[in-house]
Design a protein around this ligand. Structure first.
Ligand code: BTN
Length: 247
């Protein structure tokens, strides 16, 4: 799934919101379209949270993927993106972990987050996926410390600044490889790599779902659609397609 050269903006509301509107306005907008911005005035995270990123410091972008993969596989897309991001980080000699469903961590601090949103497709065949990624590049320690969860960046970890546009070009190469493998061979071809980097495998976690139910158990694996598998103390197995995981 090749990406087009990114279209860069100084400021946008949210690259996900703007790209979504572009798809609604133009049903022919090509798959692989990428919007990136140096600053978002209304950056959004998962579960209606905000995504904070100071102007010019970090990478915030969204890509359109139109795919005819079986809809049963779609919930695994955020995990596929996580694998692409971890592979890209390896090229900076950084060994990242993945926290289900789609946080990328370095030493338990978040360096990147993924917000995948699906749009109904007019023909009912292709799924339109908006893949939004926030990736901390030149975020200073001071900026990281005001975020309400442990946060890091390439600068904090490697003590070096990076050209944000070049990092995006590198990420797109690795995202392309992961998405192409997923489309050609299915999530089963990506899952071993995801599990290899899983921060919580075989440890106790709690999933808080969108209606505020919590389930605690040992993280035993990932199902065929990207759902997390937990084993409770009494041996009961449950699977979860969405929610917030605490370690
Ligand atoms: C999360 O970790 O909760 C997901 C964060 C996703 C943030 C990115 S930044 C680019 C794109 N536009 C948005 O408004 N959100 C995503």
């Amino acid at each position: 799934m090749p990406f087009s050269p990114p279209i860069w903006f100084d400021t946008l509301d949210s690259t996900n919101t703007v790209l979504k509107q572009m798809v609604v306005d133009n049903s022919q907008l090509p798959s692989g379209t990428v919007l990136a911005t140096h600053y978002q005035t209304n950056g959004r995270g998962r579960l209606s949270r905000q995504w904070q990123s100071a102007s010019g410091e970090n990478l915030t972008f969204s890509a359109l993927l139109r795919t005819n993969i079986d809809s049963i596989a779609l919930p695994s897309l955020p995990l596929v993106i996580g694998v692409g991001l971890v592979n890209a980080l390896e090229t900076y000699n950084m060994h990242a972990q993945l926290k289900w469903p789609n946080d990328v961590l370095v030493d338990h601090k978040k360096i990147a987050g993924v917000l995948v949103e699906l749009l109904p497709s007019p023909d009912g065949k292709m799924a339109n996926c908006i893949i939004g990624i926030g990736f901390n590049i030149n975020m200073s320690l001071d900026s990281a410390n005001i975020i309400n969860q442990p946060t890091t960046s390439l600068l904090i970890e490697l003590n070096q600044t990076y050209a944000v546009q070049l990092v995006l070009d590198n990420l797109l190469i690795h995202l392309d490889k992961a998405i192409t493998l997923w489309e050609e061979k299915g999530f089963a071809a990506i899952k071993p790599n995801w599990l290899k980097h899983a921060v919580s495998l075989n440890t106790q976690v709690t999933i808080n779902n969108t209606i505020n139910d919590t389930t605690t158990g040992i993280h035993r694996g990932i199902g065929p659609s990207g759902e997390i598998i937990l084993e409770a103390l009494d041996g009961t197995i449950t699977t979860h397609f969405c929610g917030d995981l605490s370690l």
